[in-house]
Design a protein around this ligand. Structure first.
Ligand code: C2E
Ligand code: MG
Ligand code: MG
Length: 567
């Protein structure tokens, strides 16, 4: 009789996997084989062969096996027993054991042959193990243990094939963690890996086996839902099972971290007939969901066009930076009492050689998403400082210039240091330069923003709160802000002529700002009536097409020049 057993290093158990010969079943049923960590009285021949990694032979089963087992061997008619350890990469992985009723059956010749056989089996096991490992790497994500892209595609294709026959719908759902990139940037790779593992665990718990879960790229989790009926069902899956399981903060690398996911969906048969196409379309939808701040987006054919357009815009903007295609226009802020230009706002434009002057709302969001705004924002500050000094050198007595600062810039840890760097790179520092930031920008992280704004003000830079009235700042927060000026949003100015409600808000904001010693600027003033009302309400300055549109540097020079002439 012969049998082959595999040894599990974790449990120390040897499990028979194949056997042949008389009495095998009876003998193996009675065999419970554990390998001991060291020599002991009740250790038998088979365990010792594995522990000592050496061939063992006995002609006395009753003496060399455990008492019960030795007896069983004799009952089965075995007189001589040989055990050959099976080794892979220098470690025992099993045992090949042979039994015969003939004493002295295993002579030197026989043992040599059997040792060669054990060597061949070990070689085969080694090969199988490597193949299994390769299979694992080819089909599983090593960080989370989830299926990878290849395996996910295989599963989707199998489901699609079945769905085609049954006329069913299959949904491919992708999810991306919104904060992953910033976690990686601020807390490092180890923490972001820990977050991914924890999220994989939560998703698995929340979703179970029914919807097959995978990690198909460093940023994307994927699910396939079989036999879905309608979009509502999928939306509720996304909301409850995916977004829902991420609501509570998770602990990764001993920190509490909040994460949320954006989700996209592509459906078989409408959005593609193969896993590859379905996943690609779901990825396009996910990209657009991110770009347009949507939580959940279903694929539609227009999405690919929009994603392609956005990709082209991003590429063109990178070129625009390299080729220095941005320009600053300046819009005057007029003192309502004297009618003189009391300030200027720098407003960026992209002079695209293909289409001409592009307004900022067409490209600022993309600059912000890609982080290019950091470079462009720094450029705008430096350029404004240079333009201011040029007017100054020409003797034009320019008023201060306010530069718009994006939330992405303000969020940077080194924002204050960046301003200092820009100042030191200009001959006269940031003289005459102020900044405009929006209300919601400050509220995003109040304490952090206030600390930065205080540092900026100490450096002599004036701060204006832009688009006031569109955010949600409470009065108590407002009174604690280190700012110099409030700019009332254009939406209130447009309506103040015809809507008593808006007029009251404007009047209230002016009084409140003055009570806090702040200057007030009205934005988007287009009519004499608006200007008149603002003047009566003691508004300090007005900015709008009634006075001047944003103008190139030289035109502003001419306006400042005209202002110098005695009237
Ligand atoms: P904002 O800072 O509130 O700028 C005022 C916008 O209102 C400007 O649009 C200006 O041209 C427009 N405007 C001024 N007076 C009137 C008026 O009487 N009627 C109407 N209908 N509009 C008026 P623009 O130049 O298109 O800028 C739009 C926004 O783009 C700005 O809003 C600002 O948030 C952003 N932006 C502009 N330049 C920069 C920049 O250098 N950096 C950053 N981060 N954002 C910028
Ligand atoms: Mg502004
Ligand atoms: Mg504004």
């Amino acid at each position: 009789m012969a049998w082959l057993g595999l040894y599990d290093g974790n449990t120390n158990e040897v499990r028979p996997v194949t056997w042949r010969g008389e009495g095998a079943q009876r003998y193996l049923d009675g065999l419970k084989l554990y390998v001991q960590n060291g020599p002991s009285d009740d250790e038998d021949l088979l365990s010792r062969a594995i522990r000592e990694q050496q061939f063992k032979l006995t002609h006395d089963p009753a003496g060399d096996l455990r008492p019960g087992l030795g007896q069983l061997a004799l009952e089965c008619g075995y007189r001589s027993i040989a055990a050959f350890p099976l080794m892979v990469a220098g470690k025992p992985v099993g045992v090949l054991s042979l039994y015969t009723g003939e004493v002295g059956f295993f002579d030197d010749e026989e043992i040599k042959l059997l040792e060669e056989l054990a060597g061949d089996i070990s070689f085969a096991l080694d090969h199988i193990e490597k193949a299994e490992r390769l299979h694992y790497f080819a089909y599983y994500d090593t960080l989370t243990g989830l299926a990878n892209r290849t395996l996910f595609h295989d599963r989707v294709n199998a489901l699609v094939l079945a769905a085609e026959l049954n006329g069913r719908k299959v949904a491919i759902v992708l999810a991306e963690l919104e904060q992953l990139r910033s976690i990686n940037e601020t807390l490092g790779r180890q923490v972001s890996d820990a977050v991914i593992v924890e999220v994989a665990h939560r998703l698995h718990e929340s979703i179970g086996e029914a919807c097959q879960l995978a990690r198909i790229s460093s940023e994307h989790f994927a699910f396939v839902l079989d036999d879905v009926r309608n979009e509502t069902e999928i939306a509720s899956f996304a909301e409850n099972r995916i977004m829902g399981c991420l609501k509570a903060p998770l602990t990764a690398a001993k920190r509490d971290i909040s994460v949320s996911a954006k989700v996209s969906v592509a459906l078989f048969p409408n959005d593609g007939a193969s896993a590859e196409l379905l996943v690609r379309n779901a990825e396009a939808a996910l990209q657009l969901a991110k770009d347009t701040q949507q939580k959940l987006l279903f694929y539609s054919p227009q999405i690919n066009t929009r994603v392609a357009e956005r990709f082209m815009l991003e590429t063109s903007l990178r070129h625009a930076i390299e080729r220095d295609e941005f320009v600053l226009h300046y819009q005057p802020k007029t003192d309502l009492r004297s009618g003189r230009i009391a300030g200027l706002e720098a407003l960026i434009r992209w002079n695209d050689p293909a289409t001409g002057m592009v307004p900022p709302d067409k490209f600022i969001p993309m600059l912000e998403e890609t982080g290019m705004i950091l470079e462009v924002g720094e450029w705008a500050l430096r350029k404004s400082a240079l333009d201011f000094m040029q007017w100054h050198t020409l003797g034009l007595q320019p008023p201060s210039v306010a530069v718009n600062v994006s939330p992405v810039q303000l969020r940077q840890k080194d924002f204050v240091a960046t301003l200092e760097r820009v100042a030191s790179s200009c001959n006269h520092g940031l003289r005459g330069i102020g900044i405009e930031i929006t209300e919601s920008q400050i509220m995003e992280n109040f304490a952090d923003s206030v600390a930065k704004l205080k540092a900026i003000r100490i450096a002599g830079i004036e701060i204006s709160m832009d688009d006031f009235g569109t955010g949600y700042s409470s009065l108590s927060y407002f009174s604690r802000l280190p700012i110099d000026t409030v700019k009332i949003d254009r939406s209130f100015i447009i309506n103040m002529e015809n809507d008593q409600h808006s007029a009251s808000i404007v009047s209230m904001v002016i009084s409140l700002a003055h009570a806090l010693n702040l200057k007030v600027v009205a934005e988007g003033v287009e009519t004499n009536k608006q200007a008149g009302m603002l003047k009566i309400q003691n508004c300090d300055e007005a900015q709008g097409y009634l006075f001047a549109k944003p103008l190139p540097h030289t035109d502003i020079g001419a306006l400042l020049q005209a202002q110098l002439r005695p009237s």
